[in-house]
Design a protein. Structure first.
Length: 329
């Protein structure tokens, strides 16, 4: 059964449950409340008044319960829909590179490629598709560790340019080089930040690969690093399809994807930006996006500047704190 069919079925299940709640609870409650109001307004005795008030209170309680139930059903339906879409996306994401790996490997095995250059192109594609598969699996594992609260970052003073070089190396192994203008400049060889190098390189790779996926034929991807009052800003800018203002906040939500038409097809499972946000926020920083549909996007990760060392004793604030904690204990 396709993801779309399953998703349509769950929408209908959700609508049916809402309809049942409406018929079984809301309509009778409205009728009972009206009876209560009538009893209060035209009832002459105290008993009629008290009965009317009790009936209205009871109706209000039932109504509140039904309302909460509707909210829970709605939330549940949303999670189910997300899971179904995620499953169909992940199946597609796994199948596409596997099919192409099998096809190219078969072509080579059958000896259909006699030209050395063409054989190398086939091998290159196999390697790139394998790298993308590996990346997808890595993303799933990272997401699982984050969901279970097991993703811990080892922060050390690091040259930001080292993380950029790592990300650029992995990026080159995943993409076709034609038609990409990758500009890596001003990445501050001297800029030091307290980061988990592997995690930040991975977050940057997510942003770079998104720029690649969501850009047209002539791709321009620019990476820059700047030290500002806010901290150390590492940004990735592209000339891609851009994102509408109303979606710019939502794209950082887990599993959220926009139905955008790109030349590379709809690749992804909606985890990349939520992982980027988690990495940056766990470092005490934040990530933001500036974008305009049709003109491109600029994603910026802002990391706090490294804590200053005490010049007299040569110890950092953290070491100082640890010592004083130890002293107290
Ligand atoms: P995925 O790329 O796997 O769908 P992400 O979490 O990385 O998931 O991104 C969420 C959504 O944000 C994407 O589906 C896409 O619609 C949008 N998006 C992310 N980066 C860009 C970009 N550079 N340009 C245009 N749209 C983007």
């Amino acid at each position: 059964m396709s993801g779309k069919t399953r998703s349509t079925r769950s929408i209908w299940t959700f609508r049916s449950i809402m309809l049942v709640i409406l018929l079984v609870v809301v309509l009778p409650v409205t009728a009972v409340t009206s009876a209560g109001i009538v009893a209060i307004t035209i009832g002459k005795s105290t008993v009629a008044m008290v009965t009317g008030i009790l009936v209205i209170c009871l109706a209000a309680m039932v109504f509140t319960g039904a309302f909460i139930l509707m909210l829970l059903v709605r939330k549940n339906a949303r999670v189910m829909r997300q899971q179904e879409t995620f499953l169909s996306n992940i199946t597609h994401e796994l199948r596409t590179p596997l099919t192409s790996i099998r096809m190219y490997a078969q072509t080579l095995k059958l000896g259909r490629v006699t030209d050395q250059e063409k054989a190398e192109q086939c091998l290159d594609t196999i390697l790139k598709e394998a790298a993308r598969l590996e990346r997808l699996i890595d993303q799933m594992l990272i997401w699982r560790r984050i969901a279970e609260g097991r993703e811990i970052y080892q922060r050390k003073p690091t040259k930001i340019s080292d993380a950029v070089k790592d990300a650029a190396g992995s990026f080159r192994a995943m993409v076709d080089h034609q038609n990409i203008d990758l500009i890596i400049e001003k990445i501050g060889d001297e800029v030091i930040v307290e980061i988990d190098r592997a995690a930040v390189a991975d977050a940057l790779l997510n942003l770079m690969f998104n720029s690649y996926k969501y850009s047209g034929h002539q791709k321009k991807i620019q990476i820059e690093c700047e030290q500002t009052k806010k901290g150390v800003e590492l940004s990735v800018e592209d000339n891609g399809i851009g994102i509408e203002k109303k979606d710019q906040k939502k794209i950082f939500d887990r599993f959220f994807r926009l139905e955008q038409k790109t030349e590379t097809g709809t690749q992804g499972v909606g985890l990349g930006l939520s992982i980027v946000k988690h990495v940056v926020e766990s470092h005490g920083g934040k990530v933001n996006v500036e974008s305009e549909p049709g003109r491109g996007s600029r994603f910026t990760m802002i990391f706090p500047p490294p804590r200053k060392k005490r010049s007299d004793s040569g110890t950092s604030n953290e070491e100082e704190k640890r010592k004083s904690d130890g002293g107290r204990g």
